[in-house]
Unconditional design. Structure first.
Length: 187
């Protein structure tokens, strides 16, 4: 009889023990938690990378401004090219891309020399994201999908005035709204 009781007890243990693994409900709860975390983390990471690339563009603009200021100190004009050209609107920036130390190119730099009051006495630098149509980032290693929906192109002129040229405004000229400049240049 003992052997029959042992068999009956063994069957009861099998039915009362819990199978190993996850239930469907546990798997759904885990997937819901992962989805919530991803919904929070992915936009934050995207904003973080845009701010990082914007910081590299600001550094490249400052470097280009220092280059032009050295030109002005040495030659009396910002757009000095060679001794033969003297002050002609042909000066090129040392590096027209940001970042210039390596990595995927995300911004292209440009410089213009307005004729007001005299050519070569003022400049305007701009750093446009490579994802904008007219940026001109057709170079190996450029990230042609990178855009900055908040700020667009960053600008800096010879007086140190910082501005932004927002995408989609069609203005084609920098905006100097203090709140927007603070958002794009201070962060």
């Amino acid at each position: 009889m003992n052997s029959g009781g042992a068999i009956a007890m063994g069957c009861a243990d099998i039915h009362n023990s819990r199978a190993r693994g996850f239930t469907l409900l546990e798997a759904l709860v885990a997937m819901a938690l992962i989805a919530i975390l991803a919904a929070i983390a992915i936009p934050q990471y995207s904003a973080y990378t845009i701010r990082g690339q914007r910081g590299a563009a600001k550094a490249a603009l400052q470097q280009a401004a220092q280059y032009l200021e050295r030109n002005y100190t040495a030659n009396g004009c910002y757009d000095f090219d060679t001794a033969a050209n003297a002050c002609a609107a042909t000066a090129a920036l040392p590096s027209p891309y940001s970042p210039n130390g390596g990595g995927a190119i995300t911004y292209v730099l440009s410089v213009t020399f307005p004729a007001n009051p005299t050519v070569g006495q003022t400049y305007q630098l701009a750093a446009a994201p490579c994802g904008t149509a007219a940026a001109g980032c057709a170079v190996a290693g450029s990230n042609t999908t990178f855009t900055d929906p908040t700020c667009g192109a960053l600008t800096l002129d010879n007086t140190g005035q910082q501005g932004v040229d927002q995408p989609g405004t069609g203005q084609g000229a920098p905006v100097f709204t203090p709140a927007l400049v603070a958002t794009c240049w201070q962060r």
